[in-house]
Design a protein around this ligand. Structure first.
Ligand code: WTA
Length: 660
C-alpha cells in the first residue's frame, strides 16, 4: 500500500465570504468563527457524552429517553449510541413537522421534464408514508424484515423508505442503474421478501426498463413473495399475477394513517450495499438513532440550514448521499428538500442553474464530476440564471481538483457562497471532514477540518504508527467512534471487523490516503485499496474482474484505475485469452457489454487491452502498481520490477497500451 507524497495542489486560501457574516439578508451561520468551531470540536471529542447527548435531545424527538450516550469500542466492534433510547425515524422526519407545520412543502420533485414539478406538503407526506406503511403491513412485512427498493427518482421512492422506517422494516435501496444480476445478488444477500419498483424510469428523455430488470433478477431470487409496482410512465410491462401488485390499487385500499413503531436507537434502519476490496458488495448496516443524528447535525452545521431554506442535493437516493442529504437529514430538520429526476445536461446544460433559480435553492450539493463536465461546456449556461438565492454550495464523492473548485466558487457561488468540499463514505453515514460555512477559510481541493465528534489521524500505512504534527502523509483513520458510523456488515460482522477495525488496531480505517498540510488542513488523496472511483461511483476492481472472467474467452483479468479529466478515474482492464481464440475482433465490445450486464452501465471499462500475460510476482500475485503506472503514462517510473517472475512482460504491456 503506497500513498504518493504530499503535493497540495493549491496554496490559495479563501476566507469566509463576507456576505455570510455581514448580517444582511442572510441568516447568521450557526458557527461564525474558527475559534467557535475549534471550541465546539474540542468539546465534542473530549466530552462526547455531553456534546452528543445535548445534540440528540435538541435535534431529535425520542419516544423514550436514552440514559447512556455511548458505549463500546473499536477494539470490540460493539459500538452503540443512545442505548436505552427509543424513537421512530419517520416520526422525526414527517409527523412532528406535519403536526406543527402541515402546509409546509417537504419535497419539491423536479421531474425529468423541467415543467413537471410536484410539491408535497408535510401533511401529504404523512398520509403517503402511512399508506405505503399500511400496504407493507398488508403484505406481512414486519419489524426487522428487509425490503428492497429499486425505483426511479420519484417521491414514491422517498415514501417507500420512510414507510419502512415507520414500521421498523429495514430498507435496502438498490441504485436503479444497477443491472439485474447486481439487483438479484443484493436481494438474495438481504433475503428480501418484498420489492418496491416502477414500471419504467425516465431520465434525460429516455425510458428505462425498470420492471423488466426486476423480473429478470427475480428469476433467481427465491425469497421474494411480492413486487409492488408504481405506474411511472404507463408503458405496458410484464405482470406476474399473484406476485405483482399495482402500487395505486394497494394504496387505494390502505388507511392514510399508520402509527409509528417505536424503535430502539440501535435497531437497524437500512442496509446499503457498497463495493470494497474483495469481490462481493457489502451490506453496510446503519442504525436508527446515531445515523439520524449524524444526518440532521450535518445538515444543520455543514449546510448551515435555517428555517425556510430550500435544500437541493443532486445525488440519487440509491447512494448514501441521497439517503442522508435528500431524505433523512433535511426531513429530520423539517426542511424543504429537492428531489431531481433528470441529468445535469437535460434538456441543456443550464438545467441545474435553472432549477436553482426556479426553486430559490439555498443549499446546492453535487459531485466534482458534474462540476467538471459543466465547466467544460462553457460559462454561458450558468450565467443566464439568477443564482442569488444560494448560500452554501457543496461537493462530494471524490477529490475536487482546484480548477473545478475555483469555477464552482466563481461561476456558481459568485464568490458569495461558502464552498464545502465534504468528505465522507457510505460507512460513515454522514459528513466527517468538511469546512463549516461561517467558520472555515477554505483551500481549493482540501476538505479542511473534522466535523464534530470526529478525530482523524494520519497513520503510517506500514507500521500503523500515528504521524503526529503537520506536513504528514499516510492513510486516514478515525480514533474514536461517532454516532452515525456503520455498525456492521449485514450477516457478516466478521467482515466489518476485518475491513474497518482490524487493519489499524483501535481505529476505524477509511481506505483513503490523506495529507495533513503545514496548516493542519486535510487533503484526501484517494483510495489506497482496490477501489476505483468513477464519477463518484465506488467500484471494486475485483468485482469488475469477476464480471470479465465470466466471458468464455477470458482466462484472467486485471483492472486498474486510470486518471480521467472528466470522471476522476476510469476503468482500464487487461485480459488474457484462452488459447486458440482467433477472432478477437469485437471482443473488447463484448467484454464491455459483459460488465454492463453483470454490474451496470456505469461500471463499463473505458479501455480493454488484450495481452499475452500479466505481470506477476513469483508467488503469482498480480502487480497492479505496474499496470496502473502504464495506463497513466508513467512507464518510465515503474519502480522495482525485479520481483516479477518474468520481467519481459512489461515491454509487451507497454506496447499493447501505448501502441509503440
Ligand atoms: C471518496 C460517498 C475526496 C473517498 C459519500 C471515499 C472523497 C469514497 C470525498 C466514499 C471528498 C468522498 N474528497 N474523496 N470530498 N468524498 N470521497 O461510499 O475515496 O460512495 O472513501 O460515499 O469516496 O464513497 P461512497
Amino acid at each position: 500500500m503506497t500513498v504518493e507524497p504530499a503535493t497540495p495542489a493549491s496554496e490559495k486560501v479563501y476566507p469566509v465570504p463576507e456576505r455570510l457574516l455581514a448580517g444582511g439578508n442572510v441568516p447568521k451561520p450557526w458557527v461564525s468563527s474558527f475559534d467557535e468551531y475549534k471550541a465546539k470540536w474540542e468539546e465534542s471529542v473530549q466530552n462526547p457524552t455531553k456534546f452528543f447527548g445535548n445534540l440528540a435531545r435538541e435535534l431529535l424527538s425520542w419516544s423514550k429517553p436514552f440514559e447512556t450516550v455511548t458505549n463500546g469500542s473499536f477494539e470490540q466492534g460493539d459500538i452503540a449510541w443512545f442505548l436505552e433510547g427509543e424513537l421512530n425515524v419517520a416520526f422525526n422526519c414527517v409527523d412532528r413537522h406535519a403536526l406543527a407545520n402541515p402546509d409546509k412543502i417537504a419535497i419539491i420533485h423536479e421531474g425529468d421534464e423541467p415543467e413537471n414539478v410536484r410539491k408535497i406538503t408535510y401533511r401529504e407526506l404523512l398520509q403517503q408514508v402511512s399508506r405505503v406503511a399500511n400496504v407493507l403491513k398488508s403484505l406481512d412485512v414486519r419489524k426487522g424484515d428487509n425490503v428492497a427498493i429499486y425505483m426511479p427518482m420519484v417521491p414514491e421512492a422517498v415514501f417507500a423508505m420512510l414507510a419502512c422506517a415507520r414500521i421498523g422494516a429495514v430498507h435496502s435501496v438498490v441504485f436503479a442503474g444497477f443491472s439485474s444480476d447486481s439487483l438479484r445478488d443484493r436481494i438474495n444477500d438481504a433475503g428480501a421478501r418484498v420489492v418496491l419498483t416502477a414500471d419504467e424510469g425516465r431520465r434525460g428523455g429516455k425510458n428505462i426498463a425498470t420492471k423488466r430488470i426486476v423480473d429478470k433478477a427475480l428469476e433467481t431470487a427465491p425469497t421474494v413473495e411480492h413486487v409492488l409496482v408504481l405506474r411511472r410512465t404507463g408503458s405496458d410491462v410484464p405482470f406476474t399475477a399473484g406476485r405483482d401488485l399495482w402500487w395505486h390499487d394497494e394504496m387505494a385500499k390502505a388507511r392514510p394513517y399508520c402509527p409509528p413503531t417505536s424503535m430502539n436507537a440501535e435497531d437497524p434502519l437500512f442496509l446499503l450495499y457498497t463495493s470494497g476490496s474483495t469481490g462481493t458488495p457489502k451490506g453496510v448496516v446503519h442504525t436508527t438513532g446515531g445515523y439520524l443524528l449524524g444526518a440532521a447535525a450535518t445538515v444543520k452545521y455543514v449546510f448551515d440550514y435555517h428555517e425556510g431554506d430550500i435544500h437541493a442535493c443532486m445525488a440519487d437516493v440509491g447512494w448514501i448521499t441521497g439517503h442522508t442529504y435528500i431524505v433523512y437529514g433535511p426531513l429530520a430538520l423539517g426542511a424543504t428538500t429537492v428531489l431531481f429526476e433528470s441529468t445535469p445536461t437535460y434538456p441543456d446544460p443550464a438545467r441545474f442553474w435553472n432549477l436553482v433559480e426556479k426553486h430559490k435553492v439555498t443549499q446546492f450539493y453535487t459531485a466534482p464530476t458534474a462540476i467538471r463536465a459543466l465547466r467544460r461546456l462553457g460559462d454561458k449556461w450558468v450565467q443566464q440564471a439568477d443564482l442569488s438565492s444560494l448560500r452554501v454550495i457543496g461537493s462530494v464523492g471524490e477529490p475536487i481538483n482546484p480548477e473545478a473548485w475555483e469555477w464552482y466558487n466563481e461561476q456558481v457561488g459568485k464568490g458569495q457562497c461558502a464552498v464545502v468540499d465534504t468528505y465522507w463514505q457510505t460507512e460513515t453515514g454522514s459528513i466527517i471532514v468538511t469546512p463549516l460555512p461561517g467558520a472555515t477559510a477554505t483551500k481549493p481541493g482540501s476538505a479542511t477540518f473534522p466535523f464534530f465528534g470526529i478525530q482523524p489521524v494520519i497513520l503510517d500505512p506500514v507500521t500503523g504508527q500515528e504521524l503526529e504534527g503537520n506536513d504528514v502523509t499516510g492513510v486516514l483513520a478515525i480514533k474514536q467512534p461517532w454516532p452515525s458510523m456503520a455498525r456492521s456488515v449485514y450477516n457478516n460482522h466478521y467482515r466489518y471487523l476485518d475491513t474497518y477495525l482490524k487493519p489499524y488496531k483501535g481505529h476505524y480505517f477509511t481506505g483513503d490516503g490523506a495529507t495533513r498540510d503545514k496548516d493542519g488542513y486535510i487533503w484526501i488523496r484517494g483510495r489506497v485499496d482496490d477501489v476505483i472511483n468513477v464519477s463518484g461511483h465506488r467500484l471494486s476492481t475485483a468485482e469488475i474482474e469477476s464480471a470479465l472472467i465470466l466471458h468464455h474467452s477470458v482466462v484472467e483479468a486485471a483492472v486498474v484505475g486510470g486518471n480521467d479529466e472528466l470522471t476522476g478515474q476510469c476503468i482500464h482492464a487487461y485480459v488474457t485469452l484462452k488459447p486458440n481464440i482467433d477472432d478477437a475482433k469485437d471482443l473488447d465490445k463484448e467484454l464491455v457489454l459483459q460488465v454492463r450486464k453483470v454490474i451496470g452501465p456505469f461500471a463499463a471499462p473505458k479501455k480493454i487491452y488484450i495481452v499475452n500475460d500479466l505481470p506477476k510476482t513469483r508467488s503469482g500475485k498480480i502487480m497492479r502498481r505496474i499496470l496502473r503506472k502504464i495506463v497513466n503514462g508513467e512507464q518510465d517510473s515503474l519502480g522495482d520490477i525485479s520481483t516479477l517472475a518474468d520481467s519481459s512482460v512489461v515491454d509487451h504491456l507497454i506496447k499493447c497500451v501505448h501502441k509503440v
